[in-house]
Write a protein that binds this ligand. Structure first.
Ligand code: SF4
Length: 732
């Protein structure tokens, strides 16, 4: 007992003192900073501009940057409380090396020497490809670029991928097939300028909340939301399409069929800028309204209404996120979305775009610069001209560049199971929560000779399994750039020092290169992220994602700017229209310059409900948390708002099972179970379906999800699997 407090002496007066802040009025004095440091939010791909308040060397508050073009002075709950992630209890502060089964603190020198020695040993015994690397969408672009060079040219393995494959690889594959290159064609402003906005599998209100202001500002739009759940975004819609799970591709094909049949297409655009129309028209004959109605569960009237609204729009916008991407037919669905835009000419104009809203704060930087699913600058591994050009730019032998993509994320995991991969380096991601069908992953990791996990936090479920933990600086503690979903490059700035011995990932990569003996050859004279950025500008020059006209001075001056921005424009003031849309000229990145119309066949999802597993399980997110909750469970206000997982079930199904709201239930699939989940009865979820958020390691929904992946993008089918629901302990 604190006797001083009992007798009124230790009354925490300092903690509870209020003062006046010029931006927020009366505020806890502790939250009024000495200075504000401008930066960009480190959670999602919306890319909000913000400031970190710093007092006596500590991050004490966060606020929106009113001048930033993306968020216009607003932040969501995660952004508003982001400073709490820095001083979290579970920050990793020292390198830890497993000795006699226990993680023990060691110095950086020993940590890096051990890592280099163990990785080299594995590679010399089993071959260079026996090393795998899994990174993230959370690093700054400078770090992605550096890590890509280090992995591909330093370690000489191409078995390198990011957790972005769990998130938006499908959009990447779809864009590449339809347009010849990755790169989102539109921008956020299009949501304000479209007269029809169609969102497919995109719950912006929970997952990209600040984007809702673009919808709200557009008073002339018709908002259509296709989602099996009545999400918060669906509640904003003029027309909600509660389609059956994974029937979106059939719906899109059905809309295209109607558009062609009723001549609501732009024949001049199709003629001039696309290929494959005749084949597509014949193929779509299989998607007559009667069949599409049977597949989707939507009435024919609703399907016609949707088609006519989009087809008659002056500018139609289609946005999508994980509802489309998390699927074995995700890439095909993206192609079908692109078909709709191309058939109607709804692309490359204000308000008109097929637009993938991506996930993590710098998933885009990873797509452009990281050397994972393509070489830097969207160069293709298999294209001899791309290889020759990149080799010359990097001043390396062309033979050192991989001639094909290495293993994608799920295939790296499979290779740990089959012992083709024997050592793994995991950077800033937490697969022991986020990977589907956890049993397979645990098996694979248990086979490894050496596992290195580099993260800003410890313990996490993944760092706990590591042989070596490398403590990394996080957002707020390092410099660089992020690129958001609309290709907008924003500066990320250091506000405070990292804790203990934690170092920026950029420094760690250079130190690993030092330990390998390749630092000067690969990173000559590099000491700071700007050195990487300047090389990346040269490497991206003339590419679709041209950064050559962007430098740190310009970002300091303008705050943020979109690519492409060529070197000729470095000194020009930004104009909103200059680089805001791709393909305005109708010329695409295919060999003939024409976009491809692709016949994308719908098939049912792989694990249908029935028998012992009667429900379709859908997974997703909630506004309060970020991915595996490594950060947000340390933010008191977010954790209190959403402290545990839940399972949504329709009241009619609950009644049949004899279950009530707040009952504790087990969710069971053919692969495993997650137990003790709180039940929520709600009409948000339709009969026959259940929904569970994926943030919570304590009740991890990925114990039950399946190993089923898109054949092209390799993205997991997180969204549908067959489960049963039982009262907790019913069978024990
Ligand atoms: S919408 Fe995304 S980028 Fe903006 S504050 Fe929220 S989490 Fe950060």
């Amino acid at each position: 007992m604190n006797w001083k407090r009992v007798i009124g002496l230790d009354n925490l007066a300092e903690d509870y003192k209020f003062a006046r802040s010029e931006s927020t009025g009366y505020t806890s004095a502790q939250k009024i900073p000495d200075r504000w440091v401008p930066t960009t939010c480190g959670y999602c791909s919306v890319g909000c501009g913000m400031e970190i308040g710093v007092k006596e060397g500590r991050a004490v508050s966060s606020r929106a940057l009113a001048s930033h073009p993306v968020n216009r002075g607003k932040l969501c709950p995660k952004g508003l409380s982001e400073h709490y992630t820095i001083a979290a209890e579970n920050r990793a502060k020292v390198p830890l090396l497993r000795k006699n089964g226990k993680l023990e603190p060691v110095g950086w020198e020993e940590a890096l020497a051990t890592m280099a020695e163990r990785f080299r040993k594995v590679q010399s015994k089993y071959g260079p490809e026996a090393l795998g690397v899994l990174s993230t969408g959370q690093l700054v672009t400078e770090e992605f670029y550096t890590l890509g060079k280090l992995v591909q040219l330093g370690f000489g393995t191409s078995n390198y991928d990011g957790n972005t494959t769990l998130c938006m690889a499908t959009a990447v594959s779809g864009y590449k097939l339809s347009f010849g290159s990755d790169g989102p064609p539109g921008n956020y402003e299009d949501m304000e300028r479209a007269d029809v906005v169609l969102l497919i599998g995109a719950n912006l209100a929970d997952n990209h909340p600040i984007l809702c202001q673009y919808l709200e500002a557009n008073r002339n739009k018709t908002l259509i939301v296709a989602d099996p759940r009545v999400t918060k975004t669906a509640m904003m819609a003029d027309l909600h399409l509660p389609l059956k799970p994974r029937s979106d591709l059939a719906l899109i094909n059905g809309i295209a069929h109607i558009l062609i049949h009723y001549n609501l297409i732009d024949r001049a655009y199709i003629e001039k800028h696309t290929s494959g129309f005749a084949e597509l028209e014949a193929f779509l004959a299989g998607y007559a309204p009667e069949r599409v109605s049977a597949i989707t569960g939507l009435s024919q009237d609703t399907i016609f209404k949707t088609a006519f609204l989009y087809g008659r729009a002056k500018a139609g916008f289609i946005g999508w996120t994980m509802g489309v991407n998390h699927s074995t037919i995700g890439t095909a669905t993206v192609n079908a979305i692109c078909n709709l835009a191309l058939l109607t000419g709804h692309i490359g104009r204000p308000g008109a775009a097929p637009f993938s809203i991506t996930g993590q704060c710098n998933a885009m930087g990873s797509r452009e610069a990281s050397f994972t699913s393509s070489m830097p600058g969207y160069r293709k591994f298999e294209d001899p001209a791309d290889r020759a050009e990149l080799a010359a730019l990097l001043n390396v032998e062309e033979a050192r560049l991989p001639a094909k993509r290495g293993l994608a994320y799920p295939d790296i995991v499979e290779a740990t199971v089959s012992k083709k991969i024997r050592a793994l380096w995991i950077v800033a991601t937490n697969p022991l929560v986020s990977y589907p069908n956890q049993g397979v992953l645990r098996h694979g990791l248990s086979n490894l000779d050496f596992l290195v996990v580099q993260d800003g936090y410890h313990p996490t479920p993944t760092t706990e399994l590591a042989d070596l933990v490398l403590p990394a600086a996080i957002w707020g503690e390092k410099d660089g750039t992020y690129t958001n979903s609309e290709r907008r490059v924003s500066k990320v700035n250091k506000a405070v020092e990292p804790p203990g011995q934690a170092r920026p990932d950029f420094d760690i990569f250079l130190a690993v290169a030092d330990a390998l003996g390749c630092r000067e050859a690969l990173f000559p004279g590099w000491t700071k992220p700007e050195d990487a950025f300047n090389e990346w500008r040269r490497v991206s020059r003339g590419r679709l994602c041209d950064y050559s006209g962007i430098d740190y001075d310009l970002l300091a001056r303008e705050g943020a700017t979109q690519w492409p921005r060529s070197e000729a424009l470095i000194n020009e003031a930004s104009t909103p229209e200059r680089s805001s849309r791709l393909y305005a000229d109708g010329v695409f990145k295919t060999p003939d310059g024409r976009a491809r119309l692709i016949c994308a066949e719908w098939v049912p999802f792989p694990e249908q409900p029935g028998g012992d597993y009667p429900f379709v399980l859908n997974t997703g997110r909630t506004v309060e948390h970020w991915h595996t909750r490594t950060k947000t469970r340390e933010v008191p206000i977010l954790e209190r708002l959403s402290p545990r997982a839940w399972l949504e079930i329709n009241p009619r199904d609950a009644r049949k099972l004899g279950l009530s709201s707040h009952d504790s239930v087990d969710v069971i699939s053919r692969r495993g179970s997650t137990r003790g989940v709180e039940l929520r009865l709600t009409e948000i979820t339709a009969p026959g379906q259940v929904f569970m958020p994926f943030h919570f390691f304590e009740t991890n929904v990925n114990e039950v999800t399946q190993s089923a992946f898109d054949p092209i993008s390799r993205e997991p089918n997180y969204k549908q699997c067959a489960v049963r629901v039982e009262r907790s302990g019913a069978r024990s």
